[in-house]
Ligand binder design. Structure first.
Ligand code: GLN
Length: 591
């Protein structure tokens, strides 16, 4: 009988005589890493990323090392050019990779910094195969979807398993089973499971249970058909998670179990949850974490003492959800105001700050195309603080500047993120420094006072494509500033960037002279990264996107500062701690 080991050895030999082709990274040890595949049936938008990250979190809390990867079917090489309207926000990783917003969910849930190894698109996979073909790496063979493209997918997963040293690699397959564009990913998973052998892989299918209003009962047929489609691809699910508006009945679960060869206790109900941070508890209640451990024969790697501590810490956090005694409203100005996914990280960062401070943060979306100095007071009458988030282009920019002016002149707490930082500089230059024609060359290319202009370093690479300043960068903090206090008097902090324009260094002195404090700068370069006004209760802007690094147990200090200042404004007589004190209190607890 051919042993699985022999198969792995033989498939790694590239030979023109053999049909086997499955490149294995040097030093790869089969059985060390296990794989958990999460895929969706029936429809998209089931929250595969959320489910997968919550399950991964439970395994991580058992002392296991986990790493996620999202496989995307589209042909773009990264997500940099995707319109957030269509695909949700572009999430930027520390290494500069522009990726799907699901990576943000993983980073937040696992409190881990991920890298480009955790994200693959069909565009990446195909370009890598085509490059190899040009290099003659396939030894004259005809290059095929199977085994070469599937081989590339398996190689990527095994490389991630090795580089991360993970006990479990969580693989989320984008799209829905039945899509043409992700079918080869599923095929690659099937091959990988066979090559790795029994108890090395676990397949989780997410499905959706319909409950048509006219019938008033849950119907399982669509789910059954979706799972059947998966089985037709040669994949037997081990676990089926049924998404639904309300708890899935035992009868429906039984039907699905009969249809799919999955025992009833592994067909679980995953009804909608008020907060995604409650989902790990739902999964644990169904005992799914231990079932996965058993399926993967990994129980001996579990550290129960570690788990007790980790879960106590997590429960302290989730216990606070929904118990807030105060309300605040933060206005967010934005171009994509109708699509919440475009601002997912900001919404999350506000939620983290609110939970830590005991405030329920309401969001008011403000469309700024019609906002002027004349009506800003009305638009902002019912908000306790305001955020101008990242953005590109000219639409609504003047309205944002009007909102910022109102916030500055009326002590309304303000946080400007990237574009919002740049707009705050323009507003200050115009209305405080007397540079009436100040603008950004992004908005007005021939502007006479270009206080915001293309970065000198980016100008050099202009025209080569990919000319954004991307990824994690250190910010040097200026001692004795509010930012320095918020970050616990650290010398520097690290945040993530995605921009092309910056404060033109020729204007720095004039802005500072008029009272703008640049409290964070790039080390060894005149790039301004944080600004503040010290005479204001909270007026801060940053060229970075601090929302990308806010985590549930480690809320981002600028967001905590904003929400604390907004709470104070809402109840001026309550004597709540000022923004710096509030940050010191909650951020020290989280660390
Ligand atoms: N459009 C601005 C720039 O390129 C801001 C970018 C952003 O907000 N992410 O610099």
């Amino acid at each position: 009988m051919v042993k699985n080991e022999d198969l792995l050895a033989s498939v790694s030999d590239v030979s023109t005589d053999s049909e086997f082709f499955s490149p294995i990274p040097a030093g790869y040890k089969k059985g060390r890493a296990k794989y958990c595949f999460v895929m969706g049936t029936v429809m998209s938008g089931l929250g595969k990323g959320i489910f997968s990250s919550c399950l991964a979190k439970l395994m991580q809390d058992k002392g296991l090392k986990v790493t996620p990867i999202k496989l995307e079917g589209y042909l773009n090489v990264d997500s940099g050019t995707l319109n957030p309207f269509r695909h949700g926000e572009v999430f930027v990783l520390d290494d500069g990779m522009e990726c799907d917003m699901d990576l943000g969910t993983y980073e937040r849930m696992l409190d881990q910094n991920l890298s480009k190894a955790n994200f693959a698109t069909s565009g990446q996979i195909f370009s890598s195969v085509l490059n190899k073909e040009r290099h003659g790496d396939y030894l004259g063979r005809d290059v095929q979807m199977i085994p070469h493209v599937t081989g590339e997918v398996k190689l990527k997963l095994r490389e991630l398993a090795m580089s991360s040293g993970a006990d479990i690699v969580f693989v989320e397959i984008g799209g829905t089973v039945g899509d043409l564009e992700n079918a080869y990913f599923i095929e690659a998973m099937r091959e990988l499971a066979y090559e790795e052998g029994p108890n090395s892989c676990c397949f989780v299918a997410l499905t959706y249970i319909l409950e048509p209003k006219a019938l008033g009962e849950q119907k399982s047929k669509a789910a059954q058909l979706g799972i059947k489609q998966l089985m037709q691809l040669g994949v037997q699910p081990d676990i089926i998670a049924c998404r639904a508006g309300s708890a899935v009945t035992e009868k429906v679960r039984q039907k699905i179990s009969v249809y799919s060869n999955v025992p009833l206790d592994r067909v679980i109900s995953m009804e909608d949850s008020a907060s995604i941070y409650m989902i790990p508890a739902t999964i644990a209640e169904a005992g799914l974490d231990f079932k996965v451990a058993r399926l993967l024969k990994i129980e001996d790697r579990i550290n129960l003492r570690y788990e007790r501590k980790a879960s106590a810490k997590w429960c302290d956090f989730t216990d606070k959800i929904g118990t807030a005694k105060r309300d605040v409203t933060i206005g967010i100005t934005g171009k994509y105001t109708s699509v919440r996914d475009s601002y997912a990280s900001i919404i999350n960062a506000l939620e983290h700050a609110g939970i830590a401070l005991g405030a329920h943060v309401h969001i008011k979306w403000i469309e700024t195309t019609g906002v002027t100095d004349g009506n800003a007071a009305d638009e902002l009458a019912d908000v306790d603080g305001i955020i101008v988030p990242g953005g590109f282009g000219t639409r609504g920019a003047e309205g944002k500047i009007a909102c910022i002016r109102y916030a500055r002149e009326h002590d309304l707490p303000y946080l400007g993120l990237c574009f919002g930082f740049q707009m705050a500089v323009i507003e200050f230059a115009r209305n405080v420094c007397g540079l009436a024609k100040a603008n950004s060359t992004e908005i007005e290319p021939e502007c006479p006072e270009p206080v915001i202009d293309v970065l000198p370093e980016q100008k050099k690479i202009e025209g080569l494509g990919g000319n954004m300043r991307l990824g994690g960068k250190d910010i040097e903090l200026k001692p004795k500033t509010i930012a320095w206090e918020l970050f616990d008097k650290a010398k520097s902090v690290r945040m993530r960037f995605r921009h092309r324009y910056e404060v033109d260094p020729r204007y720095i002195e004039r802005l500072e002279h008029a009272g703008m404090v640049f409290s964070g700068k790039a080390p060894n370069q005149p790039i301004m990264q944080i600004l503040e006004l010290q005479s204001h209760p909270f007026f801060m802007g940053t060229q970075a996107h601090p929302c990308l690094t806010s985590r549930p147990l480690r809320p981002q200090p600028m967001f905590v500062g904003l929400v604390a200042a907004a709470m104070q404004r809402r109840c001026p007589d309550k004597k709540l701690p000022g923004c710096v004190k509030a940050v010191q209190k909650v951020c020290a607890q989280g660390s």
